[in-house]
Design a protein around this ligand. Structure first.
Ligand code: MN
Length: 329
């Protein structure tokens, strides 16, 4: 879901708050969300924390749309008609509700809370996403992972994985990609990555060992979490640069807190992101758009979606710009 338009982000002046670290704690940069309507007659609104003007990627994580809790009877839920992707993986992670996924590989899968659905677009795929009739509350996060140049043209694929819930000091975790707290996801990645859901008990104070070569992001879904010395409010993303081998999380509240911990080795490549495509050049995007509009074999066909596929928007008049992260500060 969740088409990405380059221009609004370029124009958006993001709010980035710097927090000085005290003696032994790591500095945390707060990235606040922008509210973005997904479109349609009863549009769902999502809270987008990636990409930002100040930060395009965390590792290969390049897109984060957080949504809900959404009363489906009021908003109509999610209904995203068939649309294409290239050069990325989509990772769907739900907290409440259920989404029916169909793609041009013939995959028909239910996206459910606590289960990873990882779709590799590679050379090209198309898919639809519709919340099921039984869904009353929809809440989750849609993430994109940029594929490194060496792998961005791989064959499309779909992978489902339901990670076990493991115990932490003061909470639990579900590690859906990479390694955390002694648990490793069996799902391979094309660059070094971490993705985990953490639930922290009231009063929990836990220190996690992390890869010091990774940069990390903490995206808070429920409650508020102190990351090192910085309070990361609900729906915001706390960013930590590479260089530390632990992250300390504290839940000062009287209720549980829930967050996603994302991490990865700095991506090191500039990408061009427009609509649902990731390439390396303006020409990559123009070609993908033309292929979709022409009904090219590259994107296949999604069966059993009751409606038309999404047309591509018009390209901007200016050339699309490459994005990457500036040097570490
Ligand atoms: Mn999509």
């Amino acid at each position: 879901m969740a088409a990405y338009e380059q221009t609004p982000v370029e124009n958006h002046r993001t709010s980035v708050t710097q927090h000085q670290n005290t003696a032994d704690t790591r500095r945390v940069e707060l990235l606040s969300a922008r509210e973005v309507p997904l479109g349609g007659p009863r549009a769902m609104t999502v809270r987008r924390t990636l990409p930002q003007r100040e930060r395009s990627l965390i590792g290969a994580w390049c897109f984060a749309d957080h949504y809900g809790p959404d009363d489906v009877t009021a908003t109509g839920g999610m209904d995203v008609a068939p649309h294409p992707h290239i050069g990325l993986q989509t990772a769907s992670w739900l907290f409440n509700g259920e989404i029916e996924h169909r793609d041009s590989l013939g995959t028909h899968a239910m996206v459910r809370p606590g289960e990873l659905n990882l779709m590799t677009a590679g050379h090209g795929i198309s898919h639809s996403e519709v919340s099921t009739p039984d869904t009353t509350v929809l809440r989750g996060i849609q993430l994109w992972i940029a594929l490194p140049d060496a792998h961005r043209d791989v064959a499309p694929a779909f992978r489902h994985h339901a990670p076990a819930t493991i115990a932490l000091d003061g909470g639990t975790a579900r590690v859906f990609l990479g390694t955390l707290a002694g648990d490793t996801s069996p799902v391979p990645t094309y660059s070094p990555l971490l993705g985990a859901e953490l639930v922290l008990e009231p009063g929990a104070h836990t220190t996690l060992a992390v890869d010091p070569t990774f940069e990390h992001g903490v995206l808070v879904d429920e409650g508020a979490v102190r990351v090192e010395d910085t309070l990361v409010p609900n729906a915001e993303l706390g960013y930590l640069a590479p260089g530390g081998d632990t992250i300390t999380l504290t839940n000062d509240a009287s209720g549980p807190a829930r967050l996603l911990l994302l991490g990865g080795a700095p991506f090191g490549e500039e990408i061009v992101m427009w609509w649902n495509f990731i390439g390396r050049s303006h020409e990559d995007i123009v070609a993908a758009r033309a292929d979709w509009e022409a009904g090219a074999e590259r994107f296949g066909t999604v069966s059993d979606y009751p409606g038309n596929r999404l047309p591509a928007p018009e390209l901007p008049n200016s050339r699309l710009k490459a994005r990457g992260n500036r040097s570490p500060r």
